[in-house]
Design a binder for this molecule. Structure first.
Ligand code: DPP
Ligand code: ZN
Length: 847
């Protein structure tokens, strides 16, 4: 039935010493010759090579043509029976033909605006040549490219270059998913880096002619990442050359191919006029992420794709730490937790819930999820908190020492932590192998100077997992006194039982607890508390994360009450006024505290109480709260807005970016008072994309952006990445009743290049984020979205399947909406020729 099971893993019976490939590039008929040097590992076995959509032209075993009866060819590969094979090492040569110009799935070798490029993770290499396309087969690659195009790149070091050809050799054995090839008319922005041990590395950012002016930030980010990895993890780069190439058609963000990273162009190109502060931050983080994979992913890779979080969870944790250290400080944790809750908690609460290490899949591309990535990073973070900084570093040193050059499992990883710390982590391992977000309830007692926290943990069932034994949860707790002074500094409690109590003795007064500081574990904390106490923590907590968290939960509870007809909590309204006026707090932090929780987050919170969420009521409540706050604190909003102006030339640094963030956060409130006059003025005066797009967003949400949108389009019509923002802002923020109609019109525009994943995501992905617009009661939002998924699927199954996750929350809403969502899923499921990717997703979504 097409299901792959972790329990059925078997080692590959052959070793591949090397693979030597020759590509004769042509858009419709590229010829790929591959020579594999193989050796049986233990005993005789059939040789199976993966291969899809390949036209076999020649096959030679030990230099002699293999007669057709000696092998079998299917849609998924080629098999040579054991009795046809010699007992010792042998060579196998194949020649196949492929058509990169007709590859719309963007997996394997394909073309993007005249450029040849590849994407092989997870299983794209099998669309290039016959090969054991699995990560535990690591081999040395030699690549010859023949083409008249000016720039011909592959992994490793250049070893030969002539007119119409180039040869590359990668000295590091690697799995096929890290193979890459690029050919085209490209320009480099170059620099260098000298490693701690003195190796000089040439760095190049390759882009299409004309884009060279937007590469400096990416190059500087790469240099920062290389330095940080030496300092924080003792990891040096291991080749003389590091290339990054930007391509316009890419299913994901970027890919860590050895020595030749390939990036979605939106994560490389940046100039003040075309990229926002958020874009700069993301570019730096993703450049770092892919670079960090060189050790966590490439030098040490995954045994099989079930272990994906071994490289992704760890590498996300590393890039988060990098951004914290070089850019954002404590604000980074706030951003990461907000994103984790919005995406991963949402996944964990719905039909797609799965553990960071799943145990079965039909299509591995469907498991590049926020659970594998972001929850995977949280689990690594918990290990780091349990062991402390030195213990964590010792464990990582041991990991690199013990497993360099290997394809590993989560068990290997946990064993390293056990060996480095002497601790038993068998219960901790549940975080990797079970799905679901634990709920952590806490009650408190104070008697005779002793303060007691009574915790209860419980994880609700998820698909296929009814029983949830207790987890090992690190809970960081600090105690504050009535004046906001710290009575007890942060202590890491370790909860391992279903119910567990922790005592703090010798206290003169009843403390205010600050629980789960720094979000020390990915759980839902439930604590009966008063708005007054949350306001106290927002004003006084010495842990910046929990300070933000107190305001966030106050806002969430206020919005939930308002969506059910209640009034805003006075303590919350007061607390916002204090935060606004607190000039001692960092502007970026104040902005984070002022931004209201999104409508999807409110819907999730309402649904988790077993009540059907009403998207229209939530939208109205959020709007009403913005108006109420703006009215109550108008003067303070104006003062904060004006105080956060950033004169002078643009810099993407955290200081000015934080001020712009505060300015734009306050602008949204003020627009409810001045009919968007300030936003209009800022839009007209803006000299950078952050302010231009920020002001435009406010105008769109206010429903009065027609002139500004036209002006923006006239200026940026020739810049596809900028026009993605123009589309996205409208799709996300147009008032709900008008959104579906607007998105349908923009999608029908003949200039809308929907086959490009960035274009498609900007409009349709934006629409799915327009909570009340997408979840319209009449089902028109679902129907429009479904039409487009069905249209995209035959061309690009991977992106279509990824975007079907818009439907993962349908059970939160009322019966009418549920019926519309089910009808939409049924319509997708009934589509003839549906891809395996999307079929698996709709099956799970409807289940
Ligand atoms: N391995 C890539 C990344 O996450 C995704 N294809 O960096
Ligand atoms: Zn990654």
């Amino acid at each position: 039935d097409g299901v792959t099971l972790l329990s059925e893993y078997k080692p590959y019976p052959f070793e591949i010493e090397s693979i030597s490939m020759t590509f004769r590039l042509a858009p419709e008929a590229t010829v790929v010759r591959a020579e594999l040097k193989l050796a049986p590992r233990a005993g005789r076995a059939d040789l199976h090579l993966d291969g899809e959509e390949l036209t076999l032209r020649e096959i030679l075993l030990g230099g002699a043509p293999l007669p057709p009866g000696a092998y079998t060819l299917t849609k998924t590969g080629l098999t040579i029976l054991a009795e046809q094979l010699p007992e010792g090492p042998f060579t196998l040569e194949t020649e196949v033909e492929i058509a990169p110009a007709r590859n719309t799935a963007l997996e394997g070798l394909y073309m993007s605006n005249g450029l040849y490029c590849t994407q092989c993770e997870a299983e794209g290499f099998r669309k290039i040549t016959f090969y054991p396309d699995r990560p535990d087969v690591m081999a040395r690659f030699h690549v010859r490219i023949e083409s008249d195009l000016p720039v011909l790149l592959s992994n490793g070091n250049p070893v030969g270059l002539g007119k119409g050809w180039a040869e590359w050799d990668d000295p590091w054995p690697k799995p096929a998913y890290l193979f890459a090839l690029v050919a085209g008319d490209l320009r480099a922005t170059s620099g260098e880096f000298t490693t701690a041990s003195g190796r000089k590395v040439d760095l190049n950012i390759w882009v299409r002619p004309g884009d060279e002016t937007r590469c400096d930030f990416a190059l500087a980010s790469l240099q920062r990442a290389m330095k940080w990895d030496e300092e924080a993890y003792g990891r040096e780069y291991d080749l003389d050359l590091f290339n990054i190439v930007a391509v316009d058609d890419f299913n994901m963000g970027a890919m860590e191919n050895k020595g030749l990273n390939i990036f979605n162009s939106k994560l490389v190109l940046a100039s003040p006029e075309t990229a926002t502060d958020t874009d700069y931050e993301r570019i730096e983080a993703v450049i770092a992420h892919e670079y960090f994979h060189n050790w966590t992913g490439n030098r040490i890779t995954c045994r099989d794709w079930f272990q994906l979080c071994l490289k992704e969870g760890l590498t996300v944790f590393r890039d988060q730490s990098f951004t914290r250290d070089v850019r954002l400080g404590a604000l980074k944790r706030i951003e990461d937790v907000a994103a984790l809750r919005a995406r991963q908690f949402r996944e964990d609460a719905g039909p797609l819930a799965h553990p960071p290490r799943p145990s079965s899949y039909k299509e591995i591309n469907n498991f590049y999820t926020t659970t594998v990535y972001e929850k995977g990073a949280e689990v690594v973070g918990m290990l780091a908190r349990l062991l402390g900084p030195e213990g964590y570093r010792a464990a990582l040193d041991l990991y690199f020492e013990r497993h360099d050059g290997q394809a590993c499992t989560i068990e290997d990883w946990i064993t390293v932590f056990e060996d480095a710390s002497g601790r038993d982590l068998s219960q901790f391992k549940l975080w990797y192998v079970q799905a679901g977000t634990p709920r952590l309830r806490v009650a408190e007692r104070f008697e005779n100077g002793t303060y007691t926290l009574d915790f209860v943990q419980e994880t609700p069932p998820t698909p296929g997992e009814a029983e949830k034994p207790p987890r090992h949860i690190p809970i960081a707790v600090g105690l504050l006194g009535p004046n906001g002074n710290e009575l007890r500094p942060t202590e890491m409690l370790e909860m391992t039982q279903a119910r567990q109590s922790f005592r703090f003795e010798g206290l003169a007064v009843r403390p205010v607890p600050s629980i789960l500081r720094g979000f020390s574990a990915p759980v839902l904390l439930e604590r009966a508390t008063t708005p007054a106490e949350q306001a106290f923590l927002l004003a006084h907590d010495t842990d910046p994360f929990n300070r933000w968290e107190a305001g966030r939960s106050l806002a969430r509870e206020t919005l939930m009450a308002m969506a059910e007809g209640g009034a805003p909590a006075p303590d919350y309204l007061e607390a916002v006024g204090q935060m606004l006026a607190d000039e001692s707090a960092d502007p970026g932090f104040r902005a984070a505290c002022l931004r209201l929780p999104g409508e999807d987050e409110i819907a999730a919170a309402i649904a988790s109480k077993g009540v059907a969420a009403d998207p229209d009521a939530i939208h109205a409540a959020r709007r009403k709260l913005m108006e109420t706050l703006a009215q109550k604190h108008e003067a303070a909003f104006v003062a904060a807005y004006e105080g956060a102006a950033v004169p002078g030339p643009y810099s993407p640094d955290a200081g000015p970016a934080g001020k712009r963030s505060l300015r734009l956060a306050t602008l949204a409130f003020l627009a409810t008072r001045d009919s968007g006059a300030r936003a209009q003025a800022l839009f007209e005066a803006a000299e950078n994309m952050t302010e231009s797009l920020g002001a435009l967003s406010v105008l769109v949400a206010e429903g009065g952006a027609a002139a500004a949108l036209a002006r923006f389009a006239a200026r940026w019509g020739a810049e596809p990445l900028v026009m993605d923002k123009w589309r996205s802002v409208q799709a996300v923020l147009t008032p709900p009743e008008a959104a579906a109609g607007l998105v349908a019109r923009l999608a029908a525009d003949p200039g809308f290049e929907w086959k490009n994943p960035n274009r498609f995501r900007s409009l349709l992905g934006g629409f799915a984020a327009n909570h009340a617009g997408f979840h319209r009661a009449d089902g028109a939002g679902y129907a429009l979205y479904t039409d487009w998924l069905i249209r995209l699927d035959p061309l690009n199954p991977q992106t279509a399947a990824r975007m079907s996750t818009a439907f993962e929350t349908w059970r939160r809403y009322d019966a009418t909406r549920q019926a519309h969502a089910q009808a939409a899923l049924a319509r997708i499921a009934a589509t003839p020729g549906l891809s395996r990717d999307l079929a698996e997703m709709v099956g799970r979504l409807a289940g």
